[in-house]
Design a protein around this ligand. Sequence first.
Ligand SMILES: NC(=O)c1ccc[n+]([C@@H]2O[C@H](COP(=O)([O-])OP(=O)(O)OC[C@H]3O[C@@H](n4cnc5c(N)ncnc54)[C@H](O)[C@@H]3O)[C@@H](O)[C@H]2O)c1
Length: 329
Amino acid sequence: MNILVAGGAGYIGSHAVKQLLAAGHGVAVIDNLFRGHQAALLPEAAFYKLDLADTLELTRVMQEHRVDGVMHFAALTYVHESVEQPWRYYENNTAGTISLLKAMRAAGVGRMVFSSTAATYGEPESVPVLETMRQQPINPYGWSKWCVERILRDTAAADPGFAFAALRYFNVAGAAADGTLGEDHDPETHLIPNILLAALGRKEKITVFGADYPTPDGTCIRDYIHVEDLCAAHLVTMETLHPGDARFYNLGIGKGYSVKEAIESAERVTGRKIPREYGPRRPGDPAILYANAEKIGRELGWKAKYVEIDEIVASAWNWFEIHPRGYAG
Ligand SMILES: NC(=O)c1ccc[n+]([C@@H]2O[C@H](COP(=O)([O-])OP(=O)(O)OC[C@H]3O[C@@H](n4cnc5c(N)ncnc54)[C@H](O)[C@@H]3O)[C@@H](O)[C@H]2O)c1
C-alpha cells in the first residue's frame, strides 16, 4: 500500500514510517516540523514540509503518491498548553483533521488510522479501561481528540466508502530496537524519558507528583506501551480496514507500573542513581490508569511484545546512550 504519514517527523510517526518501509509499503510523510525532527525522517520516504491546514497541497501529495490510506499522528500534545491555549488545540488538532479529511476525499483516499488517546476517557470510573466506557475528557487536548473521533464516526456514517480506526494510546515509551529513532520532545513531559534525562544529568532531578495515592507504593500507576508494539498495531489495523469500518481500539499492555517502579527500573537498567524529589499531586491525574487492550488482540491478533518495564526502559535508554543530546546531537 501507499501510506501518507501525517506527523511522520515526530516521535511515534517516525517509528511508524520505519515499520511501514520495512513491511514494503510506499510512504510519503507530511509534517510542518513545528515539533518534529528533520533528523527523524528516513530518506526512503518522500517528505513534504506541510501543515495539516493546507488542504490543496495535501490533496496534491496524496494524488501524486497514489495514497491508499493515511496514518494521522500530527497533533499538538501538551495538556498544560491546551489548557492555556484551547483554540490552538482545536484549530490544529480538530480543524486540522477536517482539512486532512477534505484532502482525502478530494484525492479519493478512504482509509484513516487516527492517533487518539486515553485522555478521551478523562478520569475513568474503573480500571482496566474498556473501549465502551464513558468518554469525558478533562482538558482541551483530550477534547480536541474526542472531537476528531466524533467527526470520524460521522464521516463514516455519511460516506460508505470511508473507513477509519481510532487508536486510543495509553503511555507510549521506548525507542527503535536498532537505536536509530527515539523520543525527543522539547519540553519533555513523559515520565520515562524524563527519568532517563535525569540519569544522563541533562535534568537535575525527577519530580514525583504525589506519593500519597491509594496505590501500593503511593505513586501513580500507568500503562506503558512500547512504540514498536504501538506501530505494529497501526500496520495491522491499516491492512485490515474495509470500507464502512468505524473501529475504536485501546492500545496498552493491560497492566500498569507505578512512578516509583519506573524510577527503580531505570536505576537497574542504567546502573545510575536517579535524583528525585517529591511534589504535590497534579490536578486531574488519576491514581491508576491502565487499558484493557484485548479487543484489538481478539479482532486483529495484535499482542504487545514488550510487557516488562525493564525491557521498555532499556530500549529508551539505548537511544539516549547513542543520542545523549537527542536529535540535535
Ligand atoms: N506520546 C504519547 O504517549 C501519546 C499518547 C497518546 C496519544 N498520542 C498521540 O500520538 C500522536 C503522536 O504523538 P508524538 O508523541 O509522536 O508527538 P510528536 O509531537 O512527537 O509528533 C507530532 C508531529 O506532528 C507534527 N505536527 C503537529 N501539528 C501539525 C500540523 N498542523 N501540520 C503538520 N504537522 C504537524 C509535529 O511537528 C510533530 O512532528 C499525537 O497525535 C498524540 O496526540 C501520543
